[in-house]
Design a protein around this ligand. Structure first.
Ligand code: SIN
Length: 512
């Protein structure tokens, strides 16, 4: 890419930068790093105020590598997706995986991945992986990657990290994106950029139970959709089968099952072999529906960690259990919203359908995951696409065009309004757009969500407040999910459409 000559500077109309990155998870940090390596001045905006506001920090299991066998990882990704992953996108991922991990995580950030007693890297395995190929740090891998990554980009002399700053609207003109309006001023502040990279994460906040942080409100997807960008695969919401089923839920990594933990139903019996030949290590969508079916049939499902050295090998998860007073080896679990496989449609460099707008990480739909994502490919996808998009996004001069003007007549009012509407939105998503969907219920959900969005839009026209914009974004994304779910009548991967013939969520495949 050509070297750029412009730099971040304040102007009377706002501010300009070469590359604007919105979001501070692994994908945003990777995009900022690679744009800066190309000589660009980068502004990284994030509404986060601490690392654990980003989903990356919550990632447990690890980051997949190929261990030199990219074809094997490709096969597993495509199988887990029920044959729906885009083979070309998967090639991009697997062909760049090991170099990206080595360059950024090992050589640049010096992440201390767990090692064996012999000092070799310790590779683990998760559901639907045919090989031990996942690098990890305990089962708190995201934290151990993100914290040094944030420090690194913050210390970089061509990258400015600006926290507690939300992007509210994209600035667009004739199909080209020129930056964002941020919430730094009461009526919004334009930030003009040669190119804009959205890395705003997922949509966990749309559901009452999620393994994402509370601020995962789908901001980038909503802003891109409102600006006219192509959005795809929104019906494929992945539910993780094993989140703690109690107050203050948390993720119980699939790595636990990868290393020998097993699921048991309320009768104390193992059941996954009845549902899938891979048993406890079946693809995540299959396990999630089986767990829900067994909870309904037998009252509860637990993850039995007695085959593991749980306290020693998984100290971060063991501590969470202790904090919640969980005793013994059996941890009650239930499915919980975990990851959006769809999002803003992008190509192999993160380019969206709008000129100079890129999307990376969970807000992007690269085609790698199809209808169901293979475990430990999300950090990898964020890293690979972040690096590729950041590199591609350099070389454009920022142009100052007319930016949307926002209003701020009564900033105090929306707080309670936003909280109440959010609860209604979550109830609708939980009830009608969860693990199992029904065409009539999807239509009902769409009607509720349309009304809700109408009420939110009426407020947005008169006020500027972050929580109101988050609600607007969540309601736009909820409608996109409902529309995609309604248009897809085929049960595949994470999108399971119940028919009149279905009596339970999912039927075992073998005789009991
Ligand atoms: C887990 O640790 O089970 C989650 C890993 C992932 O979602 O990739």
């Amino acid at each position: 890419m050509t070297e750029t000559t412009t730099s971040t500077a304040t102007t009377t109309d706002g501010e300009t930068t070469d590359v604007l990155v919105v979001g501070s998870g692994i994908a945003g940090c990777a995009a900022a790093l690679s744009a800066a390596r190309e000589g660009a001045e980068v502004l990284l905006l994030t509404k986060a105020t601490k690392p654990d506001d980003a989903s990356t920090d919550w990632a447990q299991g690890g980051i997949s590598t190929t261990r030199g066998d990219s074809e094997s990882l490709k096969r597993d990704i495509i199988a887990a997706s029920d044959g729906t992953a885009d083979p070309a996108a998967v090639d991009t991922l697997v062909n760049h995986a090991d170099d990206a991990v080595e360059d950024v995580l090992i050589d640049t950030l010096e992440v201390g991945f767990d090692e064996t007693a012999d000092g070799d890297l310790d590779y683990t395995r998760e559901a639907a992986h045919s090989e031990f190929r996942i690098l990890h740090v305990d089962a708190a891998t995201g934290t151990h990657i993100l914290r040094p990554f944030l420090q690194y980009v913050d210390d970089h002399d061509r990258i400015e990290v600006r926290q507690d700053t939300a992007a509210l609207e994209l600035i667009t003109n004739e199909g080209r994106v020129h930056g964002v309006v941020s919430d730094e001023e009461p009526t919004g502040k334009p930030i003009y950029a040669g190119a804009t990279v959205l890395a705003t994460g997922g949509v966990g906040a749309l559901y009452s139970r999620s393994t994402n942080p509370d601020d995962a409100t789908g901001d980038g997807i909503a802003m891109a959709a409102l600006a006219g960008a192509d959005i795809a695969d929104m019906e494929y919401i992945q539910f993780h089968p094993t989140a703690y089923d109690g107050e203050d839920p948390f993720l119980l990594s699939e790595a636990l099952r990868g290393e020998g933990a097993v699921l048991r139903n309320g009768d104390g019996e193992r059941f996954m072999d009845d549902y899938h030949p891979q048993g406890d290590l079946a693809p995540r969508d299959v396990v999630a529906r089986a767990v829900e079916a067994e909870r309904e049939a037998t009252g509860e499902v637990v993850l039995d960690v007695s085959p593991l050295e749980f306290e020693t090998d998984y100290p971060a998860i063991a501590e969470k259990c202790r904090d919640r007073g969980i005793e013994g080896d059996e941890i009650p679990v239930a499915p919980s919203e975990h990851f959006l496989c769809g999002g803003i449609d992008v190509d192999d460099r993160g380019r969206t359908s709008l000129d100079r707008l890129y999307a990376v990480g969970e807000c992007a739909r690269t085609g790698v995951h199809g209808a169901n994502r293979l475990a430990s490919t999300s950090l990898l996808e964020g890293l690979v696409w972040g690096l590729r998009a950041g590199d591609d996004a350099t070389g454009f001069d920022p142009e100052v065009v007319e930016a949307p003007k926002l209003l701020n007549r009564d900033p105090e009012l929306p707080e309670r309004f936003a909280a109440e509407k959010f609860t209604r939105l979550q109830q609708t998503m939980d009830e009608y757009l969860g693990l199992e969907r029904d065409p009539d219920e999807i239509a009902r959900a769409s009607a509720v969500l349309r009304r809700l969005k109408g009420e939110v839009d009426a407020y947005i026209r008169t006020r500027t407040a972050r929580d109101l914009y988050e609600l607007r974004n969540a309601s736009v994304v909820a409608l996109l999910i409902a529309r995609a779910a309604g248009e897809n009548t085929e049960s595949v991967g994470c999108h399971y459409v119940a028919t009149d013939a279905d009596e339970s969520t999912v039927e075992p495949t073998a005789d009991d």
